[in-house]
Design a protein around this ligand. Structure first.
Ligand code: ATP
Length: 348
């Protein structure tokens, strides 16, 4: 069993920056867990605190039920892949990947076999005899990943492990990583600033800002019901519509339209949240003029200029694009309208 438990963990740097702030977090044994957030929110510091590369200033870190707060990284039984790879320059790819097995004194044939198998899975089969200096950045990154996997630690900590790969390799490596993680039952904490990657790979996601967790949930939870406007803004390939509105007499007044709030709600100023994917043309709703149409591949993003200076985005199937200048009326699909408190930004 190798779950991770953080209780009241703060990590403060000597210059006084509180990069992780009184954070509680439980990662289950075998879970694939993503730490997601903008640059500087404390993701890497949190990962390094789990690994023992940074000391928690307060609180406790447990791995597999044992308190490791004061233990050195080497005895925490975690494998970590860094943003800067840290490969051994004088060793070949094969030797780099098999290094953890050499440390364990595994026999040579086993080392070579493990290196070859892991390398093949990450598209490195033809490169086993090269040295790191003879590899591209993305190839080096995959060697670092392969080496971490060969450590057979129960906990794998990954800091942006796919960030240097091109779009296609990234998708392949995602699938490989996810399959390997599941087959080996590795408890994995994965740091990324890429919300699409977190949504695609993780069992659960913690969305962070300023050293704290803003929302923790399944990809579906954070996509469909962002807990606040920060998360709503951060998650989704097309930004969520966040529109100033007013609830009056059980209706939501927004951009000159009166929408159903989907349940009882007191009269109050609110921010309406609707994903572009959940808006569709309807007989009644928000009316606006098409100003921009952007092709996203299978769908297109249509921008509508609406009354009260409100701009609304909606996605439509690529072959159903309305012409620029035409007038559309759109409404949210049932249950897809979210109301946020205008002062606190919290989901109501
Ligand atoms: P990124 O995605 O850019 O890597 P991050 O979310 O991983 O960002 P961290 O690297 O954990 O964020 O940084 C969190 C905060 O701590 C930032 O304000 C950063 O400037 C600060 N910080 C990071 N490392 C140090 C350090 N060694 N000394 C002092 N402050 C640091």
């Amino acid at each position: 069993m190798a779950g991770i438990e953080l209780a009241g963990v703060s990590t403060v740097y000597p210059n006084g920056v509180r990069a992780v702030d009184a954070l509680d977090l439980t990662v289950a044994d075998g879970e694939f867990f993503a730490l997601l957030g903008p640059s500087g929110c404390g993701k890497t510091t949190l990962l390094r605190t789990i690994a023992g590369l940074e000391q928690a200033s307060s609180g406790s870190v447990s791995i597999g039920g044992a308190d490791v707060t004061r233990l050195e990284p080497g005895v925490r039984k975690v494998a970590m892949v860094f943003q800067d790879y840290a490969l051994f320059p004088h060793m070949t790819v094969s030797e780099n990947i098999a290094y953890p097995l050499r440390v364990r004194r595994a026999p040579k044939p086993e080392r070579a076999e493990t290196a070859a198998r892991t390398a093949a899975g990450l598209g490195l089969a033809g490169l086993l005899e090269r040295r790191p200096a003879q590899l591209s950045g993305g190839q080096q990154q995959r060697v670092a990943l392969a080496r971490a996997m060969a450590m057979s630690a129960e906990v794998l900590l990954l800091d942006e492990p796919l960030s240097n790969l091109d779009a296609r390799l990234r998708l392949e490596a995602r699938t490989f990583l996810k399959r390997l993680q599941r087959d080996l039952g590795l408890t994995t904490v994965f740091v990324t600033h890429d919300q699409a990657e977190a949504l695609a790979m993780a069992d659960r996601i913690a969305v962070m800002s300023e050293g704290r967790i803003r929302q923790l949930g399944s990809p579906r939870d954070v996509f469909q019901r962002p807990a606040d406007t920060f998360v709503a803004n951060f998650i989704g390939s097309t930004p969520m519509n966040l529109l100033p509105a007013q609830v009056r007499n059980g209706r939501v007044e927004v951009a000159g339209a009166h929408l159903d709030p989907g349940g009882p709600h007191p009269d109050a100023p609110v921010t309406v949240g609707i994903r572009p994917e959940y808006l569709h043309e309807a007989p009644e709703g928000i009316t606006g003029t098409v100003s921009i149409v952007e092709n996203l591949g299978v769908t297109s993003l249509v921008t509508l200029e609406c009354p009260q200076d409100v701009t609304v985005g909606l996605t439509v199937p690529e072959h159903e694009e309305p012409p620029v200048g035409s007038v559309l009326t759109v409404a949210p699909r049932p249950g897809r309208l979210l109301l946020y408190d205008s002062d606190t930004g919290q989901l109501t």
